[in-house]
Design a protein around this ligand. Structure first.
Ligand SMILES: NC(=O)C1=CN([C@@H]2O[C@H](COP(=O)(O)OP(=O)(O)OC[C@H]3O[C@@H](n4cnc5c(N)ncnc54)[C@H](O)[C@@H]3O)[C@@H](O)[C@H]2O)C=CC1
Ligand SMILES: O=C([O-])CC(=O)C(=O)O
Length: 329
């Protein structure tokens, strides 16, 4: 291997997404089959031992691309020289916890991590926040990393995108490969809006191919938006392998580019496109070229879509105002 290894930091490495993610990163699914990686695992002190166990298993796989593994509970060390930061560890909502408590607890995680990224990250750092509430956690980290270009902080809506692809493919009896230009707009929450009006199925407009507004409104949108809760109900635990897969997809496409004639969904800082207030980390249709993403411009947004995008964006504004009021940004 002649290439310099890419430093990939994973927070929450001992968690269930971490376990589904690390082996695939080390086997080339994050950056490509010829890119060596050095893993940095960040955990809370109580979970460092479990992360060490996972690292032992990674060793036991003898992955040729895995250049080394460092494990730490110190964010400054974890993000020193980081090229790709996957912020997975977060504080989940527990019984009796108010929304403000949840935001406060996550502020306590994402503020110092933003500061550590600011202090030590490599110039080309790319950050993906998976831990919920992902969009607002990304905003908190970004606001504490003033020296890192703002657009390097992103949040994950690729799992929602993949869920929507799969639901639509099932409905139409087509392969997911036949579906292009699907978009998740807004927040990674139940208010997200999966948009079929600009999507295509085998070259035809997807909403027209479905031709069933009742299914779109009462089945497709709620199924995609509430899929996370449905998985928790069925599995007794939240999505892990599918979330890890989506994180790999997000970074892979951000680094290597999107396919010609298609786009993906990423939650990124808004530049004001489509009426989304500038700076909010909201999901958009994006294409990537030469490692840089751009929002797909000029899409027609009908009244139905407009109302749903606005509702999800309003929720993001509320979350932003709440973390502002708590002094977290
Ligand atoms: N954006 C998305 O599409 C999705 C987001 N999620 C979110 O991803 C997050 C992780 O999910 P799981 O792996 O299932 O949770 P988990 O509870 O199994 O693991 C989380 C890990 O994070 C660690 N952690 C907590 N605070 C930390 C800190 N300050 N620094 C480093 N590590 C820390 C914990 O010790 C734990 O090992 C959750 O917030 C979940 O809601 C899950 C699925 C999809
Ligand atoms: O709700 C959760 O904790 C998991 C999640 O974000 C999802 O599956 O989309």
């Amino acid at each position: 291997m002649t290439r310099t290894p890419v430093n990939v930091t994973v927070t929450g490495a001992a968690g269930q997404i971490g376990y589904a993610l690390l082996f695939r990163i080390a086997s080339g699914h994050l950056l490509g089959p010829d890119v060596p990686v050095r893993l940095r695992l960040l955990e809370i002190p109580q979970a460092v031992k479990a992360a060490e166990g996972t690292a032992m298993e990674l060793d036991d796989c003898a992955f040729p691309l895995l250049d080394g593994i460092d494990i730490t509970d110190d964010a400054t060390k974890a993000f020193d020289g980081v090229n790709v930061a996957l912020l997975v560890g977060a504080r989940p909502r527990t019984k009796g916890m108010e929304r403000g408590d949840l935001l406060q607890a996550n502020g306590g995680i994402f503020k110092p991590q933003g500061e550590a990224i600011n202090a030590g990250a490599a110039d080309d750092v790319r950050v993906l926040v998976v831990g919920n509430p992902a969009n607002t956690n990304a905003l908190i980290a970004q606001q504490h990393a003033p020296d890192v270009p703002a657009e390097r902080f992103t949040a994950m809506t690729r799992l929602d995108h993949n869920r929507a692809l799969s639901q639509l493919a099932k409905k139409l009896g087509v392969s997911v490969d036949d579906i292009k230009k699907l978009t998740i707009w807004g927040n990674h929450s139940a208010t997200q809006y999966p948009d079929l009006f600009n999507a295509e199925v085998a070259g035809k407009n997807a909403a027209e191919a479905v031709n069933d507004q009742a299914w779109l409104e009462n089945d497709f949108i709620p199924t995609v938006a509430k899929r996370g809760a449905a998985i928790i109900e069925a599995r007794g635990a939240s999505s892990a392998a599918s979330a890890a897969n989506a994180a790999l997809n997000h970074i892979h496409d951000w680094v290597n580019g999107t396919a010609e004639g298609d786009w993906v969904s990423m939650a990124i800082p808004s530049d004001g496109s489509y009426g989304v207030p500038e700076g909010l980390i909201s999901s958009f249709p994006v294409t990537v070229k030469d490692g840089k993403y751009s929002i797909v411009q000029g899409l027609e947004i009908n009244e139905f879509s407009r109302a749903r995008i606005d509702a999800s964006v309003a929720e993001l504004v509320e979350e932003r105002d709440a973390v502002k009021a708590l002094g977290l940004i």
